[in-house]
Design a protein around this ligand. Structure first.
Ligand SMILES: Nc1ncnc2c1ncn2[C@@H]1O[C@H](COP(=O)(O)OP(=O)(O)OP(=O)(O)O)[C@@H](O)[C@H]1O
Ligand SMILES: [Mg+2]
Length: 469
């Protein structure tokens, strides 16, 4: 099995000017504050805004075709006609939301003020349930300038909110285009039917309107979403489709280069570093968001080293740091039992230098540690399921090993940087004592020697159930 790479974050470079404090005497928060204020970057020429995630540049490179396709579908709205419902899909960070923002700007720029096209934007990831969707849309119609209307209060029945949305839309008139970004989240947030119900309601709303017409633009990075929809909704919603392909390495390079020119002084971004950022992001599903995050982090790393130029090695370090952030987020969200088990898997894996550890050994280690921490261990089948979950989260690799004295065995090894991940796990107060023990090489708390505890870790004295491999 692959040996996991360990990240050297402990060896992060000192801050540019040093803290001036004698060795072993940590800087006070005041020292750190002064130092940050004093530090002058060689890299940036002004605001860092163009590197931020929510910044949308005035020009979206390599999306002309997609912008044209979307505008072509929506064009009837310019003449006051109802366009087909549109479904936009493509992987994460392929510019779907940015294109829709750009398209709305074009409409605003080119259409006369009296024109009757109104965009209503909803990020479905931030909204919970059918009621909230209707209420939010109705309130947005009011905010677009309907005199004498009060916001829809929470507390009305859903039917009343729907009637209000229809009345307000008719009062506004013209074509209302509902941009439902991350449309796949509708089902996730409000129960499995919620997505279908609300989409069915909205797809039918034109039947209840007299003056206005409503078109729906659904956006999703879940490529299976449309397939999962109820047939009634699916046929209505996907009248027109536009797909966004992942960006290629040269395209990402262009996108990054343009942002870099806005943010960095000339020559501050080495060509090799730029290429490397584009390469990593292209390998990472052609995601422009990741590419920008990597460039931002690389600049941060270079700046901490007081470098004059962002170089390839800064990009490599930045990539490691970003990967670790993702792992840390995932690990922090685990339940305590998951954390105990993962701590055991990773510690054993570290001891074996990345070689796989058998499911039996993992279970015995887990049960021992549970006892020592005062927790009741879960059964062997549940633990085996947890290991499968870890694998799907990319935290461990497993491999079936057949033959030899033990027959078929499932071998598990860490797929993450062991030292850093153990440290994140030990942030949990229950596991915290283990960090001291590791630091001082003590073994008093976790005395796992590969043999099951006398009572089989269940307190029953009956030994373990067979370990599912
Ligand atoms: N063609 C482009 N030119 C410049 N910047 C771009 C381009 N495409 C995307 N970006 C930038 O990349 C980031 C991600 O883009 P966006 O949010 O539009 O992706 P998305 O496809 O909607 O992703 P998700 O599926 O995760 O919602 C944004 O900061 C956006 O400004
Ligand atoms: Mg988006």
């Amino acid at each position: 099995m692959d040996q996991p790479r360990d990240l050297q974050l402990d060896n992060a470079p000192p801050t540019p000017s040093g803290n001036g404090a004698p060795a072993g005497n940590p800087a006070t928060p005041g020292d750190v504050f002064d130092e940050v204020l004093k530090h002058k970057s060689h890299l940036y020429k002004g605001s860092l805004r163009p590197l931020q995630e929510d910044y949308i540049p005035s020009r979206l490179l390599h999306r002309d075709t997609e912008i044209r396709d979307v505008l072509r579908v929506l064009a009837p709205a310019i003449r006051g006609n109802l366009p087909s419902h549109l479904f936009i899909y493509g992987k994460v960070g392929t510019g779907k939301s940015a294109v829709l923002t750009q398209v709305q700007k074009e409409f605003a720029k080119r259409l006369p003020p009296e024109s009757q096209v109104t965009f209503l934007n909803l990020n479905c990831a931030n909204i919970n349930g059918e009621y909230a969707v209707l209420q939010n849309l109705a309130n947005q119609v009011i905010q677009r300038g309907l005199d004498g209307e009060d916001q829809i209060p929470t507390g009305w029945s859903q039917d009343r909110v729907y009637q209000a949305l229809c009345r307000l839309s008719d009062r506004r008139g013209g074509v209302l285009l509902l941009v439902l970004d991350e449309i796949d989240c509708l089902g996730k947030n409000g129960g499995s039917d919620a997505g279908t119900n609300i989409l069915y309601t909205l797809a039918q709303i034109n039947r209840d309107l007299k003056e206005a017409r409503v078109g729906i633009i659904g956006i999703s990075n879940d490529l299976q979403f449309a397939q999962r929809l109820d047939a009634r909704v699916k046929s209505r919603l996907s009248e027109e489709k536009v797909s966004f392909a992942p960006y290629t390495q040269p395209q990402l390079r262009d996108i990054l280069k343009e942002r870099a020119a806005e943010v960095f002084v000339e020559g501050a971004l080495d060509t090799e570093a730029l290429d490397r950022c584009a390469l990593y992001a292209a390998q990472d599903h052609g995601d422009a968001r990741r590419a920008l995050a990597l460039l931002r982090k690389s600049a941060e790393v270079a700046d901490q080293l007081d470098a004059q130029t962002i170089r390839s090695e800064h990009v490599i370090q930045a990539k490691n740091r970003l990967e670790l952030d993702v792992i840390a987020d995932c690990v922090r969200k685990l339940t305590l039992q998951h954390k105990i088990l993962l701590w055991v898997v990773i510690s054993l894996s570290e001891k074996r230098r990345g070689e796989g550890v058998s499911m039996g050994e993992v279970y015995h280690g887990y049960a021992t540690l549970c006892h020592q921490l005062g927790h009741k261990p879960l059964g062997t089948r549940t633990v085996a399921d947890y290991v499968t979950e870890f694998e799907s989260l990319g935290l461990v690799h497993t491999e079936i090993h057949s033959g030899g004295r033990r027959g078929r065995t499932r071998l598990i090894a860490s797929a993450v940087p062991t030292h850093e991940t153990l440290r994140v796990l030990e942030e949990d107060s229950t596991l915290h004592p283990l960090s001291r023990q590791r630091t001082f090489g003590q073994t008093d708390l976790w005395r796992f020697d590969g043999k099951p505890p006398a009572d089989g870790g269940t307190g029953s004295g009956r030994g373990y159930a067979p370990i599912p491999e």
